[in-house]
Ligand binder design. Structure first.
Ligand SMILES: N[C@@H](CCC(=O)N[C@@H](CS)C(=O)NCC(=O)O)C(=O)O
Length: 218
């Protein structure tokens, strides 16, 4: 093992899912260190991570925090994490960066929970505006670059898909209104072997890691 990837409770930690997917897609052999999070200010996270957040990757002497920086680091080993075509690559980076910087109303209204069916919950004008915007991003990206496969840029599940995978997870848990294209994309992401593995590992986590604030939402 050439290092460690610190991640939070898989059931809840959306940013950890991004980092973990990126590291796995890049074929980096690191130990996964799962820290049960308390949904902010977890002392065990603060003790290891430079920004007090997960994911945090230590690999072969490099120390990388922030999921988008992890994406770029992983792409140094696996350049196909970004599309080969210049225009497609620019678009992939733009939507990944937008994901990293935005959509706070959606994230607040629909916290990731991989073990619940919260169909119909979390819809307010701001979260619905985020969802409509993301639906449009998915639809236009698929229409422009997605030929030849089910993912945003076609056959390969890449860094942009990894950045949006936790949004897909929210769409599956909260079932907001979605276009047919986005619903099909969500099904493809959920069926990806690494996403499936993450869901299985989340389902196997101890019940004692569950947090009241994310369970029993109404
Ligand atoms: N901008 C950061 C966000 C990371 C983040 O907010 N991680 C959350 C978990 S999803 C966290 O570490 N929270 C601290 C805690 O729960 O103690 C990134 O892109 O990696």
């Amino acid at each position: 093992m050439a290092g460690k990837l610190y991640i939070g409770t898989r059931r809840y930690s959306s940013w950890s899912l991004r980092g973990w997917l990126l590291v796995k897609l890049a074929g980096r052999e690191v130990e996964d260190v799962v820290i049960p999070i308390q949904g902010g200010d977890t002392p065990a996270v603060k003790a290891v991570s430079p920004n007090g957040l997960v994911p945090y990757l230590e690999h072969d002497g490099a120390k990388i925090w922030e999921s988008l920086a992890i994406a770029e680091y992983c792409a140094e080993f696996a350049p196909s994490l970004w599309p080969a075509d210049r225009l497609a690559r620019a678009h992939a980076r733009a939507i990944a960066a937008e994901m990293h910087a935005s959509f706070r109303p959606l994230r607040l209204a629909m916290p990731m929970n991989l073990g619940r069916d919260y169909s119909g919950l979390g819809q307010n004008p701001e979260s619905l505006a985020d969802i409509a915007h993301i639906d449009n991003l998915f639809t236009t990206t698929r229409a422009t670059y997605g030929d030849g496969g089910p993912y945003l840029f076609g056959a390969a599940f890449n860094a942009a898909d990894a950045m949006f995978a936790p949004v897909v997870a929210r769409f599956l848990t909260y079932a907001p209104p979605l276009s047919a294209t986005t619903a099909a994309y969500c099904a493809a992401v959920r069926a990806h072997p690494l996403v499936s593995l993450w869901y299985d590992l989340a389902a196997a986590e101890p019940e004692s890691w569950r947090l009241d604030k994310y369970e029993g939402l109404k």
